[in-house]
Write a protein that binds this ligand. Structure first.
Ligand SMILES: Cc1cc2nc3c(=O)[nH]c(=O)nc-3n(C[C@H](O)[C@H](O)[C@H](O)COP(=O)(O)OP(=O)(O)OC[C@H]3O[C@@H](n4cnc5c(N)ncnc54)[C@H](O)[C@@H]3O)c2cc1C
Length: 821
C-alpha cells in the first residue's frame, strides 16, 4: 500500500477543517484520527503512521498549549506588532470607535451567516407613517411646480415653506415628546423618496434639518434646557436650522477647520458672562440664507485658562441665533441650477455664552466625536433616499417615454441601443432601492451603520448619476430643452451635488469604505489593535494571543475557501434561497472568502502603507460594497416573498454586482506591488481565470420590457414615488396613458402599413386617418383610440419655447470678490 496515504489523509482533513472553519482542538483530533484510521485501513507499515503522527505532534502540541504558545510564539509577535502598528490619530480613533458593525461584518468574515440577514424583520411602515405619506406628502407633491421653483423664484413658494413647517416635515427625526413626528428611519426615507422625484430643491430642503445638524445633535447631546427650548421650535419650523462645518480651507479634511473660539467674558442679553469669541468663515452651508439658528463647528481655545488647565480644547459645536451680533448671513450660492437655500456664513469676534455650546460647557472639545457618531445615521438616510427616489422616478418616466416616443415607426424602447440604457436604469434602480432599504432598516434596528452608510452614500449617488445620464440619453432633445415640460433635466443637472456633499465621493471610496471597513468589520484586526493597548502585560498577551491565532486560522480558512469555491465555480455549500437564488448566495460566499483573503494579505504585506494605496483600497471597498448591495437585494427579494416577475431586475443587478466584484479584485491583483504575492493570490482567487460576465443582452431586453409596460414588477420597482396623474405631474400622467398607448400599437401598425402602401388619401396624418376609417381599414373606435393617444402624447413629446425676454435674468447677480485674509 502507498505509504503516503496517511499524509494525504492529514492534508485532506486539514483542508476540510479549514474550509468549515473548525477550532484548533477539533482539527488536531481530526488529523490524528485521519492518519491513524487511513494508515490502519490501508494496511500501511507502522512507520507510515508513526512518522506523520510525530511530525504533526511537533506542530499541533505547542499550538494546543496556551502558556507555551503565548510565551514562545505570541510574545515576540506582540513586540513586533507593537512596533509596526501605526499609531492612530485621535480623529481616526474616534472614527473607528463610532458606529456599530452589522451584516457587513459577516461579509467581511469570508463565511457569511445568511440566516443572520434573513431573520432580520421585514421593514414596514406604521399606520401613522403610511397615513402621513398618503396625506401630507401627497398634498405637498401636488403643490410642487419645479419650473417655478428652479427658474422663476429660485426658491420654494411661500405656500410650500408654510406647509412644510405646519405639517412638521422638518421634525421627522425629533421625538414626539418634543413635538416632532418621531418617525422611523424607514418612514423618513420613504418621505424623501416620494418628494425627490418632484423637486430636487424640495427634497434637499426637507432632508437637511432631518440629517446631521442642530436637531439631531440636540436630541443626542443637548442639555435638557436646550432640548426643551429648541426641539419643539425646530419641529414646527419656528426655527430653521443649518449646520456650518465646511470652509474655504477645510472641505474633505474637516478636522482641519481654522475657525476658532476664544474663551472669554462678554455681554449676552445684558449680563456679563463667560463665553467664546468666535471667528469663522464657512461656505456651502445648506439652508444658511434662511436659517434662524446656525450650528457652528470651531476649534475652542482657552488661553487664559478660565475653564481649566487645557488651552486647546478641540473641536466644539455651538448654536448661534441668527440675530447674534456680528453674524454675517443671508447671501446665497447657486448650486447647479438647483436653487435650494445654500450660502456662506461668516463672523469675526462674535460672542456667544457657554450655554450656547451644544451640550453645554461639558461638551467643549467633544464636537468631532459628536459629529462622527451622528454622521452614520444621517448619511444612511438622506442621500441614499433622495437619489433612490430620483432614480425610481427616472425609471418610471424613461420607461413610459420610451414607449410613447416613436421613431422609424416604432417605440424607441424597442431599439437595442435604448434597451441597453433602460436595462441599466432598471437594474441600478433595483440595486439602489435595496441598498436604501437595508441602511434604513439597520438604523431602525438601533445600529449606527458607519460602513454601510458610507457604502450607501457613495453607491446610491454614483448609480443615480448613471441613471440620470441614461435617462437623459433616452429622452434625447426632450431632456435637454429646459422649461415646464421638462421633467428630467434638472435632476441630471443636480446629480453631481449629491456626489459632493456629506463627504465627496472620491474620498469616500478611496479612503473610507475599505479604510474604515477593513478594521471595523474584520473579526480580528480591531481586537488585535485593542489588545496592544491593554496596560497589564499578561492580560495584553492573553488577548493578543487569542486574536492572533484566531486571525491565523481565519486567514488559512479564507485561502482554502476562496480556492475551493473558485475551483468548483461556487456550486457547493448549503445556502438559503429558492431554486433561482441559491446560486447567487453561493457566488457571494465565494467573493466574500476572496475579499477576506485579499484584504488580509494586503494588510499583512502593506501594513500602514495600505492607507496611502488609495487605488487598491478603493477597489477592495468596491468588493465589500457590491457584496453588501447584492445581499441587500437578496433580502429584499425574500422580504417581498420571492416575486418571480422581479427576477429580471434582480438577475441583471446581481450579475452587474458580481462582474464589478470580479473586476475590482482583478484590479487589486494586477496592481499589487509585491508581485509573487499577487501571483499566489490570483491562483487562490481565480483558479480558472476571470469567468464572470456582465448581464447579457437577453436579460437586458427583459428588464427593458418590464420598464416600458405596466406590470407588477414595474410597480414594485417604482413603489413610493408620486404617480398621481394631476396637472403638475407629467410623469404620473404619462404612466396613466401607458395602457392606451400599448392598446393603440397594433392599430397604429395597421394604419402605417396602409399609409405606406399608398392606399390612404391625404398629405397629413388627420386626413389619412379619416380616409382609413372611410375605407374600413380602421374602425371608428380604433380611429378614436389613435387620435386620443396621439393628442395626449403630443404634450409629452413637445418642448417649451420662450420669448427671448423671458429668459433674461431679472437682476444681474454681482458676486463679491473677497481678498484673501
Ligand atoms: C451644495 C452643497 C451643500 C453643502 N452643504 C453643507 C452644509 O450644510 N454644511 C457643511 O458644513 N458643509 C456642506 N457642504 C460641504 C461638503 O460637505 C463639502 O463640499 C465636502 O466635504 C467636500 O469638500 P470640498 O467641496 O471642499 O472638496 P475638496 O475637499 O476640495 O475635495 C476635492 C476633491 O478631492 C477629493 N479628495 C479630498 N481628499 C481626498 C483624499 N484623501 N483621497 C482622495 N480624494 C480626496 C474629494 O473627494 C473631492 O473629489 C456642502 C457642499 C455643497 C456643494
Amino acid at each position: 500500500m502507498n505509504p503516503f496515504l496517511p499524509v494525504l489523509a492529514a492534508l485532506v482533513v486539514s483542508l476540510a477543517c479549514a474550509y468549515f472553519r473548525v477550532g484548533l482542538r477539533v482539527w488536531t483530533i481530526a488529523v490524528v484520527v485521519a492518519i491513524a484510521a487511513v494508515g490502519w485501513l490501508a494496511d500501511t507499515h507502522w512507520l507510515a503512521i508513526a512518522i506523520p503522527l510525530v511530525v504533526f505532534a511537533l506542530i499541533a502540541v505547542p499550538l494546543n498549549l496556551p502558556d507555551f504558545r503565548r510565551s514562545k510564539l505570541s510574545a515576540p509577535l506582540l513586540k513586533l506588532f507593537q512596533q509596526v502598528t501605526p499609531k492612530l490619530s485621535d480623529t481616526e480613533q474616534i472614527a473607528l470607535e463610532a458606529g456599530t458593525v452589522g451584516f457587513e461584518g459577516e461579509l467581511f468574515s469570508g463565511k457569511p451567516k445568511w440566516a443572520t440577514l434573513l431573520k432580520q424583520p421585514k421593514p414596514e411602515l406604521s399606520v401613522e407613517e403610511q397615513a402621513f405619506l398618503d396625506g401630507p406628502v401627497e398634498e405637498l407633491c401636488r403643490m410642487v411646480n419645479d419650473w417655478e421653483i428652479t427658474h422663476e423664484r429660485a426658491d420654494l413658494t411661500p405656500e410650500i415653506w408654510d406647509f412644510l413647517k405646519k405639517r412638521k416635515f422638518f421634525g421627522m427625526i425629533i421625538p414626539k415628546e418634543y413635538g416632532g413626528l418621531g418617525f422611523s428611519a424607514l418612514a423618513h426615507s420613504a418621505v424623501l423618496q416620494k418628494i425627490a422625484g418632484m423637486s430636487t430643491t424640495l427634497v434637499s430642503t426637507v432632508a437637511v434639518p432631518n440629517s446631521l445638524g442642530p436637531g439631531e445633535l440636540l436630541v443626542h447631546y443637548g442639555t435638557q434646557e436646550q432640548k426643551d427650548h429648541y426641539l419643539p421650535r425646530l419641529a414646527d419650523g419656528r426655527e430653521i436650522p443649518c449646520f456650518a462645518l465646511t470652509g474655504p480651507y477645510a472641505g474633505s479634511d474637516a478636522t482641519s477647520i481654522p475657525d476658532y473660539g476664544i474663551v472669554c467674558k462678554g455681554e449676552w442679553n445684558g449680563a456679563n458672562v463667560v463665553g467664546v469669541r468666535l471667528t469663522f468663515d464657512k461656505r456651502y452651508i445648506t439652508l444658511a440664507p434662511v436659517a434662524t439658528i446656525v450650528g457652528l463647528a470651531f476649534r475652542m481655545y482657552d488661553p487664559d485658562k478660565i475653564l481649566g488647565d487645557v488651552e486647546d480644547l478641540g473641536i466644539t459645536l455651538a448654536l448661534l441665533p441668527r440675530e447674534t451680533k456680528g453674524l454675517e448671513i443671508g447671501r446665497r450660492h447657486f448650486p447647479l441650477n438647483v436653487p435650494f437655500q445654500n450660502g456662506p456664513v461668516r463672523g469675526k469676534d462674535v460672542f456667544v455664552p457657554l450655554s450656547q455650546l451644544i451640550g453645554g460647557p461639558d461638551m467643549a472639545g467633544q464636537g468631532w466625536r459628536m459629529l462622527v457618531e451622528c454622521l452614520s445615521v444621517g448619511r444612511a438616510i438622506s442621500l441614499p433616499s433622495n437619489t433612490t427616489g430620483g432614480a425610481k422616478s427616472a425609471a418610471a418616466a424613461t420607461g413610459a417615454y420610451a414607449r410613447i416616443r416613436k421613431q422609424f415607426g416604432m417605440p424607441i424602447g424597442r431599439f437595442e441601443g435604448i434597451e441597453e440604457a433602460l436595462a441599466r436604469i432598471g437594474g441600478y434602480t433595483y440595486a439602489m432601492s435595496a441598498l436604501s432599504l437595508a441602511t434604513a432598516a439597520a438604523v431602525d434596528r438601533g445600529e449606527k451603520p458607519a460602513v454601510p452608510s458610507a457604502i450607501a452614500k457613495y453607491h446610491a449617488t454614483e448609480l443615480a448619476r448613471e441613471v440620470a445620464k441614461d435617462a437623459m440619453d433616452v429622452h434625447g432633445g426632450k431632456g435637454v430643452i429646459l422649461g415646464p415640460k421638462n421633467w428630467i433635466g434638472r435632476g441630471w443637472q443636480g446629480a453631481p451635488i449629491a456626489i459632493t456633499v456629506e463627504g465627496a465621493n472620491i474620498m469616500t471610496r478611496s479612503l473610507m469604505i475599505f479604510g474604515q471597513g477593513a478594521i471595523r468589520c474584520h473579526p480580528y484586526v480591531l481586537r488585535e489593535m485593542q489588545a496592544i493597548r491593554v496596560p497589564e502585560y499578561r492580560e495584553r498577551l492573553k488577548q493578543f494571543d487569542a486574536a492572533l491565532f484566531g486571525h491565523i486560522g481565519f486567514a488559512i480558512s479564507n485561502a482554502v475557501r476562496s480556492f475551493v469555491l473558485g475551483l468548483t465555480f461556487a456550486r457547493i455549500g448549503r445556502v438559503p434561497g429558492d431554486a433561482y437564488t441559491r446560486r447567487y448566495y453561493r457566488k457571494l460566499n465565494r467573493y466574500a472568502a476572496a475579499l477576506a483573503l485579499v484584504a488580509d494579505t494586503s494588510m499583512l504585506v502593506l501594513g500602514g502603507k495600505l492607507k496611502f494605496k488609495e487605488k487598491l483600497s478603493a477597489r477592495l471597498g468596491d468588493v465589500l460594497s457590491n457584496l453588501y448591495i447584492a445581499s441587500a437585494m437578496l433580502k429584499r427579494y425574500e422580504d417581498q416573498d420571492r416575486p418571480v416577475t422581479d427576477q429580471p431586475f434582480l438577475a441583471w443587478a446581481f450579475h452587474d454586482c458580481v462582474w464589478r466584484m470580479q473586476m475590482a479584485l482583478d484590479g487589486v491583483l494586477r496592481n499589487f506591488p509585491v508581485r509573487p504575492v499577487a501571483w499566489l493570490l490570483r491562483v487562490l482567487v481565480f483558479p480558472f481565470g476571470r469567468r464572470e460576465v456582465p448581464p447579457s443582452d437577453r436579460l437586458g431586453r427583459r428588464v427593458a420590457a418590464l420598464l416600458t409596460a405596466p406590470n407588477e414588477a414595474r410597480d414594485r420597482l417604482t413603489a413610493g414615488i408620486y404617480k398621481t396623474p394631476n396637472a403638475n405631474n407629467p410623469v404620473g400622467r404619462m404612466n396613466a396613458l401607458l395602457p392606451d398607448v400599448i392598446a393603440a400599437e397594433p392599430v397604429e401598425r395597421k394604419f402605417i402599413k396602409a399609409s405606406k402602401s399608398g392606399e390612404l388619401k391625404g398629405y397629413d396624418w388627420a386626413a389619412q386617418l379619416a380616409d382609413a376609417q372611410a375605407k374600413g381599414v380602421l374602425s371608428a373606435a380604433e380611429c378614436d383610440l389613435l387620435k386620443r393617444v396621439r393628442d395626449a402624447s403630443f404634450e409629452f413629446i413637445s418642448v417649451d419655447d420662450f420669448d427671448p425676454s423671458e429668459l433674461e435674468a431679472g437682476r444681474h447677480a454681482k458676486p463679491v470678490l473677497r481678498s484673501v485674509a
